[in-house]
Design a protein around this ligand. Structure first.
Ligand code: TYM
Length: 335
């Protein structure tokens, strides 16, 4: 069976984008794969995190994943910092990846913005750690949203260079799994920008813990245009906000843009937004209440994550040890 790995940063409440682009697909892929689901706290500190908030958000993220249907008995759910193999392999990959490759990463350019000289060096080598996350388990399938595509290409470049430099066939090629209408959920305020936990405007996103009133208000205020919904998908091309709302509807109903327009084409945004609000509340309310229930017993949650980390380390440690042997370390560490 192919091994699956994916991760999510505990840098805020997960958004509808995280849910539709990633988490929902994680739950689906669990049926016929061995999966590792990781809350990537090492990645989170590439930008400043208040320590107490990071601790709380890491547990909250784990609770949200469980509430969405991640199965910690059949699969493995853990915190990245609890398995040292990630940092160990990332260092080797820092020495394999080329500066020129990192310079091409659009996410770094977006995140660093104009303040490039002042961001952490961790933010720059972030994709190397991400490659290590996956390759430490010899995982071959990675379910993500569309924004991670370039990082996964880099992970393959790193694997190929490692294999070539050391004359081995050790790290396998990985295949991104980027599915359906939810692969790129955009901001509710600007249909050309990604919906993101870090957007300064809370109105730009639906958070997975928003209550029904908040969801209704955010959808009512979501930017649209004056035209009714078209009948033809082509006509969404120049209408990013309309395209986004139709895409969200499609993802939530497991359909596609064309089927949604078949049902709602010709409608004004008023009735369509009402239908979308109902759908969102129906899907998200159970997640929010289950998350709260899980967080009310933090000890159980921590125990579950501890077991997850132990099981993850059993897979990753021998792989990273072999990578260390291949690069020429004498290997006196006793693990
Ligand atoms: P992160 O925490 O930004 O996002 C987690 C997942 O959610 C997806 N996503 C979206 N999908 C659709 N529309 C959106 N607006 C949207 N926003 C976020 C992301 O594509 C991602 O799948 N670098 C990663 C975490 C990571 C990782 C890994 C992923 C670390 N190591 C190894 C896969 C494999 C990140 O920052 O995701």
């Amino acid at each position: 069976m192919q091994r699956v790995f994916s991760g999510i940063q505990p840098s805020g409440i997960p958004t509808l984008g995280n849910y539709l682009g990633a988490i929902r697909n994680w739950v689906k892929i669990q049926d016929n794969h061995d999966c590792l689901w990781c809350v990537v706290d090492l990645h989170a500190i590439t930008v400043w995190q208040d320590p107490a908030v990071l601790r709380q958000q890491s547990l909250e993220m784990a609770a949200v994943l469980l509430a969405c249907g991640v199965d910690p008995a059949k699969h493995i759910l853990f915190l990245q910092s609890a398995v040292r193999a990630h940092a160990q392999l990332a260092w080797i990959f820092n020495c394999v990846a080329r500066l020129g490759w990192l310079n091409r990463m659009t996410q770094f350019k977006d995140k660093a913005g104009k303040d490039r000289e002042n961001v952490s060096s961790g933010l720059y080598v972030y994709p190397n750690l991400m490659a290590a996350d996956i390759h430490a388990y010899h995982a071959t399938r990675v379910p993500v949203g569309d924004d991670q595509r370039q990082h996964l290409e880099l992970a393959n470049d790193i694997a190929q260079k490692f294999n070539h430099d050391y004359g081995v066939d050790f790290f396998p090629n990985i295949e991104p799994v980027i599915l359906g209408a939810g692969a790129r959920v955009m901001s509710l305020r600007d249909g050309t920008k990604k919906m993101s936990k870090s957007d300064p405007s809370d109105q730009s996103r639906i958070n997975l813990n928003d209550n029904a009133d908040t969801i209704a208000l955010k959808i009512r205020r979501a930017k649209t245009d004056p035209l009714p919904l078209p009948f033809d998908v082509q006509e969404l091309a120049e209408r990013p906000e309309a395209r986004n709302l139709v895409g969200i509807y499609a993802a939530l109903t497991d359909s596609d843009h064309a089927s949604v327009l078949k049902e709602h084409g010709g409608q004004g945004f008023g009735p369509f937004k009402n239908a979308l609000t109902m759908l969102l509340i129906e899907k998200l309310a159970p997640i929010a209440s289950e998350t709260q229930r899980l967080l009310s017993d933090q000890e159980a949650l921590i125990n579950l994550l501890r077991v997850g980390a132990e099981r993850a380390a059993v897979i990753a440690d021998p792989i990273v040890k072999e990578a260390e042997r291949l690069v020429g370390f004498v290997g006196l560490r006793g693990d």
